[in-house]
Design a protein. Structure first.
Length: 247
């Protein structure tokens, strides 16, 4: 991520969500509209993420989560999958080099077993560096699926129960949450999905129980600072009740 300490440009939102999560969608359609291969859309989408992440940090977002590759995205043509992983590697390499200077703590949400060995090594180095950094937390969802995450948590609890470390009555929402990839990270306040699709596509199903959802037709590569401002402004018009009553 490149951080130049820029100030926000588009008028101060009343309150900035502590945690924004974004489903980076619409890269393929952005490219097709221009007669380009889908992979060109992924490259442009990665650039957009660099800009938007910088902006989110500048306006005071504390946690930024990006859905970059799902457990279902392996179903795509192998050439597309390979290009997405090339871009992910490039981004992760760059992040590893810059994270101390930019004060970005990185959390990876997703299954690592299926990842190439060099990526797993790089992620281990990023984990290690992140322990020493105190700043915005960037959560990258790579090979992430919410059902997969919850299934793993259930398995971990079952193992603890079988080993006599925990009894079924001791299983609580907290004991489940603490076994998710997102353990220790507050739930998203605002989830943004560009590209016109109105669904979550297996993204943070547990964590988004009370998140505000914002959908827009803008394709991810076209996203800019003003789109974040619009989403934050809409967030400020929402009334979060968590099942209670107002006032
Ligand atoms: C999102 O853009 C990127 C990934 C899912 C990796 P898409 O590739 O899904 O773009 P569309 O939805 O086909 O336009
Ligand atoms: C969701 O987008 C996954 C990511 C953005 C990483 P998809 O493009 O994969 O979702 P669907 O297939 O439209 O639901
Ligand atoms: Mg898509």
């Amino acid at each position: 991520m490149r951080f130049f300490g820029r100030k926000k440009k588009h008028g101060a939102p009343a309150s900035v969500p502590e945690h924004i999560a974004i489903i980076l969608d619409g890269n393929g359609r952005w490219a097709r509209k221009r007669g380009m291969p889908r992979t060109a859309g992924h490259a442009r989408g990665a650039e957009t993420f660099r800009r938007v992440a910088t902006y989110c940090r500048d306006i005071g977002v504390k946690y930024l989560t990006a859905y970059a590759f799902s457990t279902e995205n392996w179903r795509r043509p192998p050439e597309e999958v390979a290009e997405i992983w090339r871009l992910l590697r490039e981004y992760l390499d760059e992040t590893y080099e810059r994270m101390e200077r930019d004060r970005v703590k990185v959390r990876i949400l997703g299954g690592r077993e299926e990842m190439p060995e060099d990526v797993r090594e790089l992620l281990a180095k990023i984990d290690e560096k992140s322990r020493r950094i105190d700043g915005i937390t960037l959560c990258l969802c790579i090979n992430y699926g919410s059902r997969d995450e919850i299934t793993r948590a259930a398995r971990l609890l079952a193992e603890d129960a079988a080993a006599g470390k925990i009894s079924p009555e001791e299983i609580t929402e907290d004991s489940i949450a603490s076994r998710l990839y997102s353990a220790g990270i507050p739930d998203p306040d605002l989830v943004i999905r560009p590209s016109g699709e109105v669904r979550l596509s297996n993204f943070l199903l547990w964590q988004c129980a009370y998140s505000e959802l914002y959908f827009t037709d803008t394709l991810w590569p076209d996203f800019g600072e003003e789109d974040i401002d619009r989403a934050v402004a809409e967030y400020n018009r929402r009334d979060r009740r968590y099942g209670g009553v107002k006032g």
